[in-house]
Design a protein around this ligand. Sequence first.
Ligand code: G3I
Length: 313
Amino acid sequence: GLISDKMKAKGKLYWGSALDPNTIAITQIANIAATGDFGCFTPENSGKWDATEPARGQFNFTGFDALVSFATSHGKLVRGHTLVWHSQLPAWVSAIGDAATLTSVIQNHVSTVMGRHKGQILAWDVVNEVFNDDGTFRNSVFFNLLGENFIDIAFKAARQADPNAKLFINDFNLDGPGKKIDAMVALIGRLKSRGVPIDGVGTQSHLILGQVGGVAGSIQRLATTGLQVAITELDVRIPKPVTAATLQQQQTDFNTVTKACLAVPQCVGITSWGVSDKTSWVDSTFPTFDSPLLFDDNFQKKPAYTGVDSALN
Ligand code: G3I
């Protein structure tokens, strides 16, 4: 089967993947990405601040344009990622020292980046990873100069820039009960009570083999906010060495996560964080883990793919 097509048949919008010019350049990945297995792409790096506005007011859309062009020419959706994030942030932004300057810099960044492909982007991760794991706000130039209000500023600018895009807050480690998901749900409540334009919450879901039992409850909990929910960066990393048994467990885990989205009407779609294990971020970031995606290093379907497919039958 073709899993994005099957997601749509179930009333969801897509199964998606992270993608960018560096992975589109791999013929096998481009070929898989063009099929009905994937219906939405997220720029893995090309939409981030260091790529799009490396110097103040100097925008570069080379990579982002190429990603959007690949997607639209194949009839796929795009999830924009990401406008305001503490990481992959150019030094010139971190060096800003006053609230007024930072406010106008955020507004200009959001309006210029979102304006680029206005009307063509399904959803944007407007702010990313604002929380520490204990539920306190992460230190960043944004929080340090503007407090929580940086989130309001970003979302208001985003709504103005592209009124058709669904506006998401996105974070990781929301995969079970705890202070981080508590803080996210509470923040969304405050944003809504202040009239901040927000449409969705993304749970990245960078998961570890055999540790996916909290996902269904988390998606239900996030849905209680009334917002759309999306699984935005799914992978399930396997401790080395990878064996037939652990690949089988990964099949079960992907099946469980897929069913968790299917069970909640507000869950709009699932994006896995790459097509093939060959190019996953996990290799360099977690050297003792491997093989987190649906297609292996040789671009062949893994048991994990069957886990997704069978959830959709
Ligand atoms: O483009 C340069 C290349 O010119 C250079 O030769 C090479 C040498 O290291 O680095 C390349 O840049 C790397 C870039 O990925 C493109 O491959 C960066 O070093 C590397 O840091 C960057 O990693 C990305 C990471 O975000 C950075 O934070 C990963 O690809 C990307 O998958 C990852 O994605 C994040 C999400 O945006 C947010 N959630 C967590 C997720 C995983 O970390």
